[in-house]
Design a protein around this ligand. Sequence first.
Ligand code: PMT
Length: 216
Amino acid sequence: MKILITAGPTREPLDPVRYLSNRSSGKMGYALASAATALGHEVTLISGPVLLTAPENALTHRVETAQEMFDAVGAAAKHQDIAIFAAAVADYRPKLIHDQKIKKHSNTLTLELERTPDILGSMRSTFQFTGYLVGFAAETENLIENALDKLHRKSCDLIIANDVSRRDAGFDSDENEVILCFPSGQTEPIPHQSKQTLAHDLVQRIVKLATEKIPS
Ligand code: PMT
């Protein structure tokens, strides 16, 4: 199958030397890409800036900003059977990008931010993606409720919810613990484990679910 995977953070520039970003290491997305290539799938990996080596057999596009990730996903989306969004895309970016380094003229500095494009939310409506659509939800409270809300708003087939308030899972950890959330409202917890073994299990489950949804 053809599988598109997003991974890592995005960086939203403020001036030539500063940016807004988050703690995503890319480990979850890269583990998914490795598992999918190892299982013989054709993987397109769209990656934000991370310190990881991409799997040899994946077609990898490196991007910096949410807008660049949006453009790269848009170019690849139509040809995919499955799309898995593990990237932690910045929701806001500075409205103004300064040409020169901002100087310390005052004791406080107010930044005006604007929304970035919602890449996952554009898959069905803008990119006409008809395959099996999987999002992640990174939550610090009301995990399942917020995940199911995202699932419906973004027309996903599955949301993989992770509690990112924990230190032993989620952002920048080698391990993760997730709950699968389905459109029916049904949920299934997956035990705490390494991102590698979790990714292997997730790819196998997602391929099976996609095959049931889109019979060849
Ligand atoms: O990279 P690691 O250090 O291994 O950490 C893994 C992870 C915690 C980042 C990963 O497991 C994870 O939860 N990724 C999603 C993080 C996130 O941004 O969640 P969200 O709830 O804000 O977004 C919901 C979904 O919409 C996500 O699939 C996200 O990729 C997508 N999104 C969000 C905003 C946006 N502008 N465009 C998007 O596509």
